[in-house]
Write a protein that binds this ligand. Structure first.
Ligand code: MSP
Length: 518
């Protein structure tokens, strides 16, 4: 069976989950669910990043120990993902024992290969980025350009990783698609930025801290802890059992794709592959970064008070619609602005009006004209369902696989619009008086095409699609039938919803939302 390993970043536990974290996680979940439906053996990893100075400071401010803060916030992330129906295969915490063991194994390997050395270092450190900044990177006020806070001078004897040894290798593996270990960096514009920076040459990086207790001790010098970013990146292999003998690592590594926002692309496309190469481990196949959200044009922040939480989303739209809306409003890649109003507007157009209307009218007409059963019509050529299948087969899967969820949503909406237009053209309410044979055929095909729609939208809306499938009187286990359909693309001769099957009451699946207030 073909395998597919996809990851999100592991999130810092100084912050509660918000729509930014949810965005990447929902995106990964949709891609993972889609791949499963295509017959892949999928491993989908997420988790929390729990060491480092930032966590210590945050715990102190809250009057907690770092461990207490980690346990509490890690659980908030798990709760948020449950609320959004995120079906991860693994949730790694960097305080997990198996992770700590792997970090020690890898750092020892690098040390044994003489890729680590000790040196006195003084630099400007931004605790919020958890990284050293060069003088030239600071803004006009001498602050970190991302966090607008002054960095602190850090001077200590640290261990350094020979990152500079990997400059040429990294350039060729990112640049050359034919390279045996090609690392695809997406989107292209950001790949070019990374290459540009690489061509300026790399400096070795400090990979330990002498004065920070809250971290994993270096195996060859327990007086120092591992730099939080080196610790964090190793999660991608520790979570799948690099240091145990379960064989899961061999099965899933290298990862097909690491997803993240643009701020941490450098770590994933330069530092992580260098660590892997240094340790003699194959490099992941691709990294794909998306942009930053702003809310109503402003950066999301506690001070502004404009943070949107997963719970707020789900309270307003429900789990499935929240998943659909979060990823379909703006393209994956560039920065984008979102607001509750824009999400509500899209909800009304795509879900309440288009999909909701389709479901509710086919439901009502079947109740009215056929006692709530799939019409027992004569065999006929169900052209509508074929047309819907053709629309959905054309680019929808590719859009999901290339993380262009807004494009997949557009194709999906085209398919629903086609059925709604067909209903307008057929005017079943008129046929009821003039041609009951045609009426039966029309309603039969609305159900078949709706069942098809349900299969395609399942990765975005897993629970509602299954509900639509069942209420539409479709036969067989939803997932099994879907996998079979995606494997052979054959619409069963008697359709997905066989004649005579009783349909359920769909109710109002997507109640309209007022859009003039938040
Ligand atoms: N702990 C590191 C990642 C280590 S991965 C080995 C980290 N954590 S974080 O909590 O700051 O999460 C960053 C990720 O959250 C981003 O890469 C992105 O996936 C998501 N987002 C956080 N805020 C976001 C926006 N405002 N907009 C879009 N995504 C955002 O960095």
């Amino acid at each position: 069976m073909k395998k597919y390993y996809i990851t999100t970043p592991i999130y810092y536990v100084n912050d509660k989950p918000h729509i930014g974290h949810a965005y990447t996680t929902i995106a990964a979940d949709i891609a993972a669910r889609w791949k499963k439906l295509q017959g892949f053996d999928v491993f989908f990893l997420t988790g929390t990043d729990e060491h480092g100075a930032k966590i210590v400071q945050s715990a102190q401010a809250k009057g907690k120990t770092p461990k207490e803060l980690c346990d509490e916030t890690s659980q908030y992330f798990k709760d948020a993902w449950a609320l959004l129906n995120i079906d991860y295969s693994g949730f790694i915490r960097t305080t997990d024992q198996k992770h700590e063991k792997t970090v020690q194994l890898i750092t020892q390997k690098l040390f044994d290969k003489q890729l680590i050395y000790k040196k006195q270092y003084e630099g400007l450190y931004c605790v919020h980025c958890e990284k050293f900044l060069a003088e030239k990177d600071l803004d006009e006020n001498g602050c970190c350009p991302d966090h607008k806070k002054p960095p602190v001078i850090q001077s200590e004897e640290n261990y350094f990783f020979k990152l500079s040894d990997f400059t040429e290798k990294l350039i060729s593996m990112i640049e050359d698609p034919k390279h045996p270990q090609h690392l695809e960096v997406l989107p292209e514009a950001r790949r070019n930025e990374i290459l540009g920076k690489l061509r300026l040459g790399l400096e070795d990086i400090s990979i330990s801290r002498a004065n920070l207790q809250w971290g994993i001790p270096l195996p060859f010098d327990a007086t120092q802890t591992v730099y939080v970013w080196v610790d964090a990146l190793i999660n991608y292999i520790s979570a799948i059992g690099y240091s145990d003998d379960t064989n899961t690592f061999e099965k899933y590594w290298p990862a097909e794709i690491h997803l993240m926002a643009k701020d941490i692309l450098w770590f994933h496309s330069v530092i992580w592959p260098a660590i892997l190469m240094g340790a003699g481990i194959p490099v992941h196949k691709s990294v794909y970064s998306h942009g930053f959200f702003t809310i109503n044009g402003e950066k999301m922040s506690k001070t502004i008070g404009n943070i949107i939480t997963p719970k707020e989303l789900v309270d307003k739209f429900g789990t499935d619609a929240s998943r659909y809306l979060a990823v379909s409003l703006i393209p994956f890649g560039p920065d984008g602005d979102i607001s509750m109003q824009a999400l509500s507007h899209k909800y009304n157009i795509d879900l309440a009006n288009n999909l909701g209307n389709l479901i509710s009218r086919t439901n009502k007409m079947t109740e009215k004209y056929f006692e709530g059963k799939i019409p027992d019509c004569q065999n006929f050529d169900d052209i509508l369902t074929k047309k819907v299948a053709a629309i959905l087969e054309n680019g929808y899967g590719q859009a999901i696989e290339s993380m262009q969820f807004h494009k997949a949503a557009e194709i999906f909406q085209q398919a629903i619009t086609l059925i709604n237009q067909q209903i307008e053209n057929d005017a079943p309410w008129k046929l009821a008086k003039t041609d009951t044979v045609k009426l039966a055929q029309c309603l039969f095909s609305y159900f078949q095409s709706t069942a098809l729609i349900a299969m395609y939208i399942a990765p975005f809306m897993p629970a509602l699609s299954k509900k639509i499938w069942t209420l539409a009187g479709a036969d067989g286990d939803f997932e099994t039938v879907s996998k079979k359909y995606f494997a052979d693309k054959i619409i069963p001769e008697n359709g997905f919803c066989p004649r005579g099957n009783k349909i359920g009451n769909f109710g109002i699946m997507f109640p309209r939302i007022e859009t003039d207030k938040k």
